[in-house]
Ligand binder design. Structure first.
Ligand code: BEZ
Ligand code: FE
Length: 305
């Protein structure tokens, strides 16, 4: 029990708490890397401020540690529960916004997500990524340009999306990196274009069978992402562009579980009933066309030696 009047006891307690923070912050003061020092000291300040603000109880702290432990145990080279946690906390999109700010004439970026498996295999233009699988087809016809609209030839465009049940190939039992499903790389033609066919993307839930699912349920939040196709574009002298195209009209565009939607990335599909695609390949009944032009930002000039 403190012998001090209540207001003085509160002040003393606050000073003792601040002294812990100051001590820990100072202990990073000797770090060799100034950037490491800056990041760690800010992390300590903000973590401690959070604990003070919510008056974190021992039981809550324990529960948080236990949650992060399970998140780690579930994470391996095929399942990335930590990225998913960052995604549903909006930290991934905040980092995207900090590192790829909006830039005049350039396509906006969004989250990479946990289902990118690295560089895909180069695939001929026009390929049907869904092979013989049934279902309505989407013809994606796109171009890649610089911010002035000049075509970029030879850009590598990695594409991936979920199947009609909402699963990526890498989530399925028996998945093999050398037998990709609904994944490909296209290399843009001299006019900067590429095209392929695939099944209609659908909205799907992010994985909810782990700690992140528990977090969403406890928060009364849904787990859905609006229908989209992922793209990563790489071209020499340009910044890598990580983005999606979203299907206009999807019911989850306003409440994406990972906050990844940007209006400039929403595309209205055009229905077509012609019996062939524009390249003459037979089309099975109605198909949809998704057209888009991706504009890449020039890479920052290398500093002079
Ligand atoms: C995705 O679109 O693949 C994705 C992004 C963030 C979290 C989970 C999935
Ligand atoms: Fe996705």
């Amino acid at each position: 029990m403190s012998d001090h009047p209540p207001e003085i006891a509160v002040g003393l307690q606050a000073r003792r708490e601040q002294a812990v923070t100051d001590d820990v912050e100072a202990s990073f003061g000797g770090a060799a890397s100034p950037r490491f020092r800056e990041v760690m000291q800010a992390l300590v300040r903000h973590l401690h401020a959070f604990a003070r603000e919510v008056r974190l109880t021992d039981a809550e702290w324990q529960r948080g540690i236990e949650f992060l432990t399970r998140t780690g145990h579930l994470t391996d080279d095929r399942r990335q529960e930590f990225i998913l946690l960052s995604d549903v906390l909006g930290l991934s999109m905040l980092t995207v916004g900090i590192n790829a700010p909006r830039s005049a004439g350039a396509t906006e970026s969004t989250v990479l997500g946990p289902f990118y498996v690295g560089e895909h295999r180069v695939t001929p233009h026009g390929t049907d990524l869904a092979g013989g699988a049934p279902g309505e087809r989407v013809l994606v016809e796109a171009g890649v340009t610089d911010t002035a609209g000049r075509p970029i030839a030879g850009a590598a465009v990695d594409v991936w999306h979920s199947d009609t049940n909402g699963f990526y190939d890498s989530q399925k039992p028996g998945y093999r990196l050398d037998q990709p499903e609904l994944r490909a790389r296209f290399v843009t033609k001299p006019d900067g274009s590429f095209h392929f066919r695939t099944t209609m993307p659908r909205s799907y839930p992010v994985p909810t069978d782990g700690p992140v699912g528990e977090l969403l349920r406890a928060s009364g939040r849904h787990a859905m992402r609006p229908a989209h196709i992922h793209f990563v574009l790489n071209a020499p002298s340009f910044e890598t562009l990580v983005t999606h195209l979203f299907v206009a009209g999807d019911g989850y565009l306003d409440s994406d579980a990972v906050y990844g939607v940007k209006p400039s990335l929403i595309v209205r599909l055009e229905p077509h009933d012609e019996p062939t695609y524009p390249d003459g390949t037979p089309a099975p009944g109605r198909w949809q066309r998704m057209a888009y032009r991706f504009a890449m930002k020039p890479a920052p000039a290398a500093p002079h030696a």
